[in-house]
Design a protein around this ligand. Structure first.
Ligand SMILES: [Zn+2]
Length: 308
């Protein structure tokens, strides 16, 4: 038999249900715990997951994921997670050991799945062949690739939390629309730089996918992985190239030691074009706290130095 209080509660619930628009979903009581291995990936994950997920990042703002050493606190985070989002393509060489040590049962989701890998050493990255056959991990530097990451993230979140299906679909669609606009912007701006001026020096070779997608040539003394220091021979080759090709600007990065690039600028008279954000977002005080801001910042720096 229904008590009077139950009847009132049921009536209140029915009224509440009528107020919630069709298709909208209540955020769950406990949010899905996920990990992203580095800050750029974490931003993509948050855009799709919205308030249904709680995202922890292993390699934070301005951090260098190539040479990262996980802490015991990281193992604890990984142990508690339902999904660990990784870039893949050999970027997180330290991940397998961390996953084993944590004993986690989390799904390991490779966000770059389905992207055509660019071979490291296929351009001018001065790896002298020892890395041939391995992939260049920096796939997110092409916005088209970031869209693939977003689709993979959406599918993994839906698989882990089917109740959030509509939310993840809607969030991903809205964000993919923003990435479409961003990619048009990149093509428009780079399209205005005369082809012969589209040559750039950076400290490590993180921009190969950007180069392939948008037609800018990048050269870097430190190769793709930063596992080894640039040799004197590599630096001399770059200095000769800057003089021969009359490259007007060299760029620093937020994740690498600026001294080498400053030395190259000093010896050649090339100006420092600014700082490009390669493998990490900036902290809250910086101007690339999101992936979209990162691409826009890099675009502005490149256009300013190459056109100006
Ligand atoms: Zn890198």
């Amino acid at each position: 038999m229904l008590t009077r209080r139950c009847v009132i509660a049921a009536a209140a619930l029915a009224t509440f249900a009528a107020l919630v628009p069709a298709g909208a979903q209540e955020p769950p009581k406990s949010r899905l715990k996920v990990i992203a291995t580095f800050s750029i990936l974490a931003d993509l994950v948050k855009n799709v997951g919205g308030d249904r997920i709680e995202t922890a990042t292993l390699v934070g703002p301005n951090g260098n994921a190539h040479v990262y050493a996980p802490s015991p606190a990281d193992a604890k985070k990984v142990a508690d997670a339902k999904i660990v989002f990784v870039n893949g393509l050999g970027f997180e060489g330290w991940l397998d050991r961390l996953v084993k040590a944590s004993g986690t049962k989390a799904a390991i989701v490779v966000a770059s799945k389905g992207i055509k890998p660019r071979e490291r050493g296929s351009d001018h990255d001065h790896d002298h062949g020892q890395n041939h056959g391995q992939a260049d991990p920096h796939a997110w530097q092409s916005v088209a690739n970031a869209k693939t990451y977003v689709a993979n993230i959406r599918d993994a979140l839906i698989a882990a939390d089917p109740a959030g299906h509509a939310t993840y679909e809607a969030n991903a669609a809205a964000y993919l629309g923003k990435l479409d606009a961003l990619e048009r912007e990149v093509r428009d701006v780079i399209g205005k730089v005369p082809a012969e001026r589209r040559r750039v020096i950076t400290s490590h070779n993180a921009f190969g996918y950007f180069a392939d997608a948008y037609g800018v040539a990048f050269t870097a003394p430190q190769g793709v992985s930063m596992e080894s220091e640039a040799s004197a021979k590599d630096v001399a080759a770059i200095i000769a190239q800057i003089r021969k090709q009359k490259i007007s600007a060299v760029f620093l990065e937020n994740v690498t030691d600026p001294r080498l690039v400053r030395q190259i600028a000093g010896e050649t008279g090339a100006k420092i074009g600014g700082t490009l954000y390669s493998d990490a977002l900036t902290d809250d005080k910086g101007d690339a706290t999101t992936y979209i801001e990162l691409i826009r910042h890099n675009l502005k720096q490149l256009a300013g130095a190459l056109i100006g």
